[in-house]
Ligand binder design. Structure first.
Ligand code: HEM
Length: 476
């Protein structure tokens, strides 16, 4: 009996100790709510506006950090310029990259079954391959971009001519996507077949939407559509790889990223399997396609709604055109002269961020703003915690490109559409020159009115105009 009492007392003490420890650990966690069982707060995050989701909770819990559960993960949302600085400067020390589960699923078909069994953990830190592929060999370095620029200029001219010349009303969102994907297909894959590109557009759209969604694989769901589109893209990309290999065997040129990936081998001398190359190319194309197209589209909107700003951009571009002989394409020096146009692009990305934010995984427990975030949690950062804050951007609802003029630049870590630190978007310069080439050609040849100035913006993590942004065009 005595032994029984002793055992029960020991158990009770251990339980009390455990509960006390848990309560004290929980009290060190950031404020916030994990929402519903299983779903957490994913529905609110995905189907409300993500900036509203974050803004409401910053007001309710803390402007620095709050906890939530989204896309199946306990997540700390780290906010404000100090939060951005903390996150960007602790890459690979406290954090590593994390792709949400739908994204991991859509982009990892190449992983051999045996490897999956040996390594069942989510490959959060291993999904950086496409980044390595794009950062290391210098495909997006200025030397390479200088070569791409002429092609970007010519493709943009041609596409604008095909889709706009003689037309009264043009939907600019689909057109921007076609221009962007045509450019990316040329430089990433070395293909320029318009039918093939048109087929890819729809699939890339479905994959893009599927990257941030609830993983319900039933007909009609976003995830189901994303999966189907990813499979179709993979098939198409594998066909492109086979053709490329044949062309290379006959001595074809190695100008695109794909050819380099085909010849690249790992340290043991093995070349990459085709499904793996296909997935990496899919990752790259997805990262660089809708972001650029969205920026071009909303730029059309803001220039259409602000004739005085349009006139200033046009004057800048005509001055550049005046220094060139007819038919001579844009060069690197011209890009440096497009300062006001770049400010307009920056302001467009502030008003409508092409990518709201990204996730990290915590690799070492850390304390921030007095709260402790355990190892294994996810961290989410988003541009929206600073970009519409009147503390950093006076009159934030106003489209005002002059706010980036010298002497008026936003405070550090408040304007971060491309992220920052080690993980900063490797495609930033590519995006800059492709959008500047677009601005040059569109304002040189057209003036326009936005058909519906109040057209709704849809989309969760990546915004899009509900009706595709129809504009009424007038040729100069
Ligand atoms: C306006 C256009 C673009 C915007 C606003 C944008 C924005 C971003 C942002 C915010 C990130 C996340 C950074 C982070 O996690 O800290 C990112 C990552 C990335 N972007 Fe972009 N991007 C754009 C265009 C491009 C283009 C054109 C490419 C490719 C040519 C590209 C390739 C990538 C890749 C591969 C990553 C992943 C980097 C990593 O995880 O290390 N992006 N981008």
């Amino acid at each position: 009996m005595e032994l029984f009492t002793l055992a029960v007392s020991t158990l009770l003490i251990a339980l009390t100790f455990f509960l006390l420890r848990r309560t004290s650990a929980d009290s060190r966690l950031p404020p916030g709510s994990f929402g519903w069982p299983i779903l957490g707060e994913s529905v609110e995050f995905l189907f409300g506006k993500p900036e509203k989701f974050v803004g409401d909770r910053m007001k309710k819990y803390s402007p620095d950090i709050f906890k939530t559960k989204i896309l199946g993960e306990k997540t700390a949302v780290i906010c404000g310029p100090a939060g951005h600085k903390f996150l960007f400067s602790n890459e690979q020390k406290l954090f590593t990259v994390f792709r949400p589960h739908p994204m991991q699923h859509l982009f990892r078909s190449y992983k051999p079954k045996s490897a999956e069994l040996a390594d069942p953990a989510p490959p959060s830190s291993k999904t950086t391959d496409e980044t390595k592929a794009i950062r290391q060999p210098g495909f997006l370095k200025p030397e390479a971009l200088m070569r791409y620029l002429v092609g970007m200029d010519l493709i943009t001219q041609k596409q604008l001519h095909i889709h706009c010349a003689g037309k009264e009303v043009v939907e600019f969102y689909p057109l921007s996507k076609t221009i962007t994907l045509t450019i990316a297909c040329q430089f990433f894959l070395g293909i320029n077949n318009p039918e093939r590109i048109a087929r890819l557009v729809k699939n890339f759209d479905d994959v893009t939407v599927g990257m941030h969604c609830i993983m319900l694989n039933l007909p009609g769901t976003i995830f189901y559509r994303g999966n189907k589109a990813a499979a179709a893209l993979r098939k198409e990309l594998i066909a492109v790889i086979k053709e490329k290999k044949e062309a290379m065997a006959k001595g074809g040129p190695l100008h695109d990223i794909l050819s380099h990936m085909i010849v690249a081998s790992d340290p043991s001398g093995k070349s990459m399997p085709e499904p793996e190359i296909a997935d990496k190319m899919m990752g790259l194309l997805t990262a660089g396609y809708s972001t650029v197209a969205t920026t071009m589209t909303f730029l059309m909107k803001y220039l259409g709604l602000n004739p005085d700003i349009y006139e200033r951009v046009r004057a800048e571009q005509l001055a550049i055109a005046a220094t060139k002989k007819e038919g001579v394409p844009l060069d690197w020096e011209d890009m440096g002269k497009m300062k006001y146009s770049w400010n307009v692009i920056c302001e467009t990305m502030r008003m409508v961020p092409p990518l709201q934010g990204t996730f990290r995984e915590v690799i070492e427990e850390f304390t921030y703003a007095g709260y402790t975030i355990p190892k294994g949690w996810k961290v989410y950062w988003t541009v929206s915690t600073t970009s519409m804050n009147p503390q950093y951007f006076k009159d934030p609802e106003r489209f005002n490109p002059s706010r980036y003029d010298e002497g008026e630049a936003p405070p550090p870590y408040t304007y971060v559409p491309f992220g920052g630190g080690l993980r900063m978007c490797p495609g930033k310069e590519y995006a800059r020159i492709s959008i500047l080439a677009f601005v040059h050609n569109v304002v040189k040849n057209y003036r326009w009115e936005v058909v519906d100035p109040n057209e709704q913006v849809e989309g969760d993590m990546m915004p899009e105009p509900q009706k595709g942004l129809p504009v009424r065009l007038y040729q100069h």
